[in-house]
Design a protein around this ligand. Structure first.
Ligand code: ATP
Length: 511
């Protein structure tokens, strides 16, 4: 995939009503986006796939919907007031601002790309006999590249963890990293920049400064005891939540990849201390399966262990996807220890403990969290699904091969012509189907053009009503991916569509 493909994803998203720049008629607002008529459906379906797989399929996970505003002290306790910042650096010539750690990580990526090239070359040379693991373990070029990546990791970690930002700048200079815009190496010092937005709760209130939550997780922690007690939950158990989060990202770029207002889907899993490793491994594997279950090529995903561990974590891994601009985080799995609950105990003076009947003792549970950005997942699906398919004889089509259960419309019902009672029959069919499915009705233009429009928004099945339908109670169905058409009885229609598009079929892959 290329930059070209990414440009196509952005323009397709706009042209077909998936994503619009916010306040566009006022020339937009940087890094803020609105979801259009098709985008909102896709987003809702991704959220539903997540919710069902987490809450419905796990008897020990329940949901929550906490407020965006929280008592300001929450963010003091969580460490966000003092520590939620990114190291930033400006290029003096282009006046562009970058995250210092991202500049360095992008530099490291070049070595990973080199390794990949070595592997591809060797595979071509050795053919079927190629043993990738052995090659990676013994090839001197790969060893040299890995050593370089490792050496940079160590230096970056040292600078970030000790707060010695001059070391991070020194590393940028040592690696000769240049500004992608100006091409110069004329950098400012590296500084920390807090990402939380604040606003006023009330003009008269003593504690009037209040934050827009930068993550949904804290709403779960402060409600931990409410849910545990009223839900009579026993360890291990989880609380899941989806909702908006806000971050004043220094470098907002790459479309909906990094936004100032975005949606998270998080689950905090409370466990007995000592069992966190087991559950961390479980969620690491389970979450990757959730991604690949959507039919995405598994080689497009990888784990990336954290170099820079957040202050609260004892293990952390990212699930990364190979976007057109390289492998980037979609989801994080963090073993957060008892850090958050203990902090809230300390700041409130209230106990947030669990009484373990078996052990006959009280303790603060440990937490393993899974945290995925809904918007980033949306971008994964759009990048993966959008294809320009060569149909031979100089013909091509644009098709959005979304997982059928997540498509904005599950089916379109199209009368072949605008007259002879065909629209009435089509509408009658929709009336029945729309109890289960989101159906699209359209009668304008030739049937071929209408198929193409449905391909472009990812509708898995088109149902065409023609003159024969009036007498034989049959319709033609056409499948998006294969473009195969077949005649089916009206009485079978619902079952056929259900089989093709149901969330149930998708969820079966996870149980
Ligand atoms: P990054 O390193 O990319 O800034 P992060 O490590 O800060 O991400 P987390 O705090 O772990 O991200 O948040 C969990 C998930 O929320 C991320 O995996 C990502 O999918 C999503 N996310 C975080 N920040 C943004 C953002 N600004 N825009 C869109 N999604 C985001």
């Amino acid at each position: 995939m290329s930059e070209e493909h990414f440009k196509n994803v952005i323009s397709h998203s706009k042209e077909y009503g998936f994503v619009f720049p916010s306040s566009e008629i006022y020339d937009g607002l940087a890094a803020v986006y609105d979801y259009g008529q098709n985008g909102v459906e896709l987003k809702k379906n991704i959220r539903e796939y997540w919710w069902k797989s987490m809450v419905q399929l796990h008897e020990n996970i329940v949901g929550l919907d906490a407020s965006i505003f929280m008592a300001p002290k929450v963010w003091k306790a969580s460490g966000h007031v003092d520590g939620f910042s990114d190291p930033m650096i400006d290029n003096k010539d282009s006046k562009k601002r970058y995250r210092a750690d991202v500049l360095i990580e992008d530099y490291q990526e070049k070595y990973r790309v080199k390794n990949q090239k070595e592997i591809t070359k060797a595979r071509k040379r050795f053919g079927d006999d190629f043993d990738e693991a052995q090659f990676v373990a013994t090839n001197p070029n790969i060893a040299r590249n890995n050593a370089k990546i490792e050496e940079i990791d160590v230096k970056l970690k040292e600078g970030l963890e000790t707060g010695q930002l001059d070391k991070v700048k020194a590393l940028i200079e040592e690696l000769g990293i240049a500004c992608p815009v100006s091409g110069s190496r004329n950098w400012t010092d590296v500084r920390q920049f807090n990402l939380m937005y604040s606003t006023q709760m009330s003009a008269t209130d003593g504690e009037s400064q209040i934050y827009l939550r930068p993550e949904t997780a804290q709403g779960i922690f402060v409600n931990y005891l409410n849910v545990q007690k009223t839900g009579r939950m026993r360890l291990p158990f989880g609380i899941a939540q989806t909702g908006k989060a806000f971050r004043n990202e220094i470098v907002a770029r790459q479309f909906i990849m990094r936004m100032k207002e975005f949606e998270q889907m998080e689950m905090q899993f409370f466990v007995t201390p000592g069992e966190e490793k087991k559950w961390y491994d479980y969620w690491k594997e389970h979450r990757l399966k959730w991604h690949t279950n959507l039919g995405t090529d598994a080689s497009k995903y990888r784990y990336h262990d954290h170099v820079k561990m957040a202050h609260y974590a004892n293990a952390a891994v990212d699930i990364e996807y190979d976007f057109p601009f390289g492998f980037k985080e979609v989801e994080g799995i963090h073993s957060r220890t008892d850090f958050d609950l203990k902090q809230h105990e300390e700041f409130t003076g209230k106990k947030l403990q669990y009484f373990d009947n078996d052990k006959n003792e009280s303790y603060v549970p440990y937490v393993v969290e899974t945290s995925i950005g809904l918007d980033r997942m949306f971008l994964v699906l759009m990048c993966n699904a959008l294809q320009n398919e060569d149909l031979g004889e100089g013909k091509s089509r644009t098709v959005l091969k979304l997982p059928a259960a997540l498509a904005p419309y599950q089916c379109a019902v199209l009368p072949l012509t605008k007259n002879d009672g065909l629209p009435d029959m089509a509408r009658k069919i929709i009336k029945g189907l729309s109890l289960d499915f989101n159906c699209y009705y359209e009668e304008k233009d030739s049937i071929g053009k209408r198929y193409r429009r449905q391909d472009a928004i990812g509708t898995p099945i088109c149902v065409t009503v023609d003159h024969d339908s009036l007498t034989d109670d049959s319709v033609t169905i056409r499948f998006r991916d294969s473009m195969e058409q077949k005649r089916v009885k009206l009485s079978d229609l619902e079952d056929i569509i259900t089989k093709e598009v149901s969330m149930k079929e998708l969820l079966k892959g996870l149980v």
